[in-house]
Design a protein around this ligand. Sequence first.
Ligand code: IPM
Ligand code: MG
Length: 360
Amino acid sequence: MNYKVAVIPGDGIGPEIVTEAKKVLDKTGEKYGHTFEYQELLMGGCSIDAYGEPLTDETLEKARAADSVLLGAVGGDVGKSGWYKLPPDKRPEAGLLKIRKGLGLFANIRPAVLFDELSGACPLKEEITGGGFDFVVMRELTGGLYFGERKTIEEDGVLKAIDTLTYDENEIRRIARWAFDVAMKRNKKVCSVDKANVLDSSRLWRKVVKEVSEEYPEVELSDMLVDNCAMQLVRDPKQFDVILTENMFGDILSDEASMVTGSIGMLSSASLGATKLGLYEPSHGSAPDIAGQDKANPLATILSAAMMLRYSFDLEKEADAIEAAVKQVLKEGYRTIDIMDEGKTLVGTKQMGDLVAGHI
Ligand code: IPM
Ligand code: MG
């Protein structure tokens, strides 16, 4: 079959890592009899340079017309880049928020898996991580603080900034259903994370998640406060299967989760909505400091491409083949600089992509 993939390389290391993911996709297509037709689109800083805004409506329409979207990373160096002198809604990251909202991608899945081969890169003690861990953070992606009304005003000569955190029950219900559906395919445990001891939005969150859980009697539901969860992630990450949480908590906890796996360079992510169209991107940023130096780890993007095959195209065995190839390359001792360890073989971005493609 032929699949139309909108490709958004973005900024910084984005173009390099996306090139490697395409290499692996093409090899997979060749082996299993599929073709991937890519349409390159601009988003982020490169779109600001070309069109004066981080994501144009035309580009958004092109993404909507594709079967799925593969994204590298957007953004630059906040201290140095002129993009950050623009008003907030014209900066690179605003493109990312706009595409998520515009395509209705309310469910963000970020898997945190400790690969056996990388256990040395994990900063936690062996007694905590022994035997590995494997959980996913299911983050609500189009509501909450990041999409609420915000403004900065001056009151009696004092500057005041206001951000609003809003959730309605329907937004909570649809992401909760996703989390329970995912849990049904895993170890049937959902831990819903909130701040219900303080926030009204969290109290509503807890109530609606509880209601949804009644539709899934086989799944064990627990609630956890977000500050406790931040602690539990480093104290005992093995206790988790699916962590379900709102937008900002999920943003923060998923970075923490990635760190306990050893490298944020390994973490893929999928953003999904009510249709098969999804957006697949690594969980890490654009790392402008190492852009163009063949140093970036392309594995998170390659693993995101595997998620695309699984969630948007239902190509399970093809996705398995990519994941197995990544494991094999790690087993053979190849490492990019971010996951380099004694006695291993250091490779660059391109060679890592070649190695994975070679194992498909
Ligand atoms: C992420 C990023 C984005 C987010 C930023 C760049 C807007 O941190 O994907 O986690 O917060 O969603
Ligand atoms: Mg983030």
